[in-house]
Write a protein that binds this ligand. Structure first.
Ligand code: SF4
Length: 232
């Protein structure tokens, strides 16, 4: 099995060219060849993006089309956020980095969890190159485990119920997958109380963070390896 490790990363001082070539090296990653159906990293990022969306991993539709959140989950997420596709897919506003960048395959119980290699190889170097991120939406348990390890022992409901606790930088949410319909029915306070907070927050956020203006640095979890650290 061949494991492609990242080569020398373009320098942070290389500006736009450095960012584009760095993104290209992430998209060329084949580290999990043989462990997943087909490595195809799907992510969006731009140094000016101010909002970061962290989901779990691409599903089959997203893997096929190469467009993140290009499915029913994405439609629901855009409704939650109160923005249209043009705004959502503008990389100078919104960066999209799932917990795992490639479709991980599936079992009888549904899609497999995101591969852990992405976080070790790529997340920290990516976040280092996204200095304008001011708010990160954490969709589902896998995203929350990466950024909020203190919530690992809490239920999803207990984490989401106190979503404002991690503002102004992080906001945990359930994953908007249609598979979670039962969860939404069992927790009506989410739609009645948490979604209005999210929409208000984002309305103010876009006014304060017009496209292209660098803001405060996002919280980068100390658990992420530093750039250049090889995966174990
Ligand atoms: S899952 Fe992550 S580490 Fe594995 S091949 Fe895809 S981008 Fe690379």
């Amino acid at each position: 099995m061949s494991h492609m490790r990242p080569g020398p990363l373009p320098s942070l001082a290389d500006g736009e060219y450095g960012f584009d070539s760095f993104l290209e090296s992430v998209r060329s990653c084949r580290h999990c060849q043989g462990l997943i159906p087909e490595p195809r990293p799907i992510l969006r990022a731009h140094p000016e993006a101010s909002l970061l969306i962290v989901g779990q991993a691409p599903g089959r539709t997203v893997h096929r089309t190469g467009i993140p959140w290009n499915d029913q989950s994405g439609k629901t997420l855009r409704e939650w956020m109160g923005i249209d596709r043009a705004h959502f897919y503008d990389p100078t506003r919104v960066a999209i980095l799932p917990a795992g960048f490639c479709y991980p395959g599936h079992s009888a119980h549904g899609d497999l969890p995101p591969r852990p290699e992405c976080a070790r190889l790529w997340r920290m170097p990516l976040l280092e190159r996204l200095p304008a991120i001011r708010l990160t939406l954490l969709l589902g348990r896998h995203a929350q485990a990466l950024y909020l390890p203190e919530t690992r022992l809490l239920s999803l409901a207990d984490t989401v119920r106190q979503a404002t606790r991690w503002l102004p930088s992080l906001f945990p949410l359930p994953h908007p997958s249609p598979r979670n319909r039962l969860w939404f029915r069992r927790h009506p306070w989410f739609e009645a109380e948490i979604l209005p907070i999210l929409r208000d927050l984002l309305r103010g956020f876009w006014k304060e963070a017009p496209r292209g203006r660098l803001g405060l640095r996002a919280r980068i979890p100390s658990a992420f390896p530093r750039p250049g650290v090889a995966p174990s």
